[in-house]
Design a protein around this ligand. Structure first.
Ligand SMILES: Nc1nc2c(c(=O)[nH]1)N[C@H]1C(S)=C(S)[C@@H](COP(=O)(O)O)O[C@H]1N2
Ligand SMILES: [Mo]
Length: 272
């Protein structure tokens, strides 16, 4: 079983990195010897592949991430990455408590839609207490409430050729000051984005969260809406959602790797 941890750095990171969490400690104790073995090094270098295939074939992509009890919730859930999107558009939306914010859902779907926060809150919800694991070496347990992504997909009806769900966020990662200087569209879109495949899109614990620990989602944690994709690492959990787009591949998106951090070399499939 996974150990409960409230915000401390974790040695479990190594397991996460190698993508062999469920293989167990025996593998690690053998690591010293095996690190001199070229074949074993090859195996580790295909860790992403291993992790993806292990979840799909051995554990099953539908398996649930561990859920915790109220007593396990961290006293405070820290923020990481963007804490306040640096854009005039976002500041305007935040000013009136996101009442003029709307989530666009489009791309390869039969019926594109726009949903306000009130629309989303009126939909069936799921509440889950889960542990967030960041690659930077911290974890925290929080209680999330939101709309299961499958509920939203049922409204738009994805076309058969849709293979990935892309999440577009409000926060520019570069040149934000320059972009704010004028009303012009930024020359380069540097906003955070992420993507998941249809297995994760329809996973029971994949939700669009608007509450953390019983309160409206704080700005530092992604207000008004953020993705929770509990079988994967922290950077997959896109905050400040603006738009959801179904696509058949991500070759044409920005760096072509399916996410902001992926474009800088992180793994696209960050299974825990
Ligand atoms: N839009 C956006 N989403 C994001 C990030 C970000 O910088 N911008 N950081 C990611 C990372 S690395 C982590 S660990 C989590 C942090 O979530 P938190 O701020 O609620 O702790 O959000 C992820 N989603
Ligand atoms: Mo992270």
């Amino acid at each position: 079983m996974k150990r409960i941890d409230r915000g401390q750095p974790r040695s479990r990171r190594l397991f996460l990195r190698l993508g062999i969490a469920s293989v167990g400690a025996a593998v690690l104790s053998a690591c010293d010897r095996l690190s001199h073995n070229d074949r074993f090094v090859d195996i580790l270098q295909s860790a992403q592949n291993l992790s993806y295939r292990m979840q799909k074939l051995v554990v099953g992509r539908k398996a649930l991430a561990q859920e915790f009890s109220e007593a396990d919730i961290a006293p405070s859930f820290r923020s990481n990455g963007t804490e306040l999107p640096n854009s005039q558009q976002y500041r305007d939306l935040a000013k009136d408590n996101f009442s003029s914010w709307a989530l666009e859902v489009g791309g390869l779907v039969e019926k594109p839609i726009r949903l306000s926060l009130a629309d989303l809150k009126a939909m069936p919800s799921r509440t889950q207490i889960t542990r967030h694991d960041c690659v930077e070496g911290w974890s925290a347990i929080g209680k999330w409430k939101g709309v299961p992504l499958h509920q939203l997909l049922a409204l738009v009806n994805p076309l058969p050729e849709a293979r990935y769900v892309v999440f577009r966020c409000a926060d520019p990662m570069e040149d934000a000051e320059e972009q704010d200087a004028g009303d012009m569209q930024p020359a380069v879109d540097s906003t955070y984005y992420e993507s998941v495949d249809m297995d994760d899109a329809y996973h029971a614990q994949t939700i669009l969260a608007y509450e953390l620990n019983g309160a409206p989602l704080p700005i530092m944690n992604g207000a008004p809406l953020r993705l929770r994709v509990e079988r994967q690492l922290g950077y997959k959990h896109a905050k400040y959602l603006m738009k959801i787009e179904l696509v058949k591949d991500f070759g044409t998106l920005r760096g072509g790797k399916g996410g902001y951090w992926e474009d800088q070399g992180y793994e696209w499939y960050a299974g825990i």
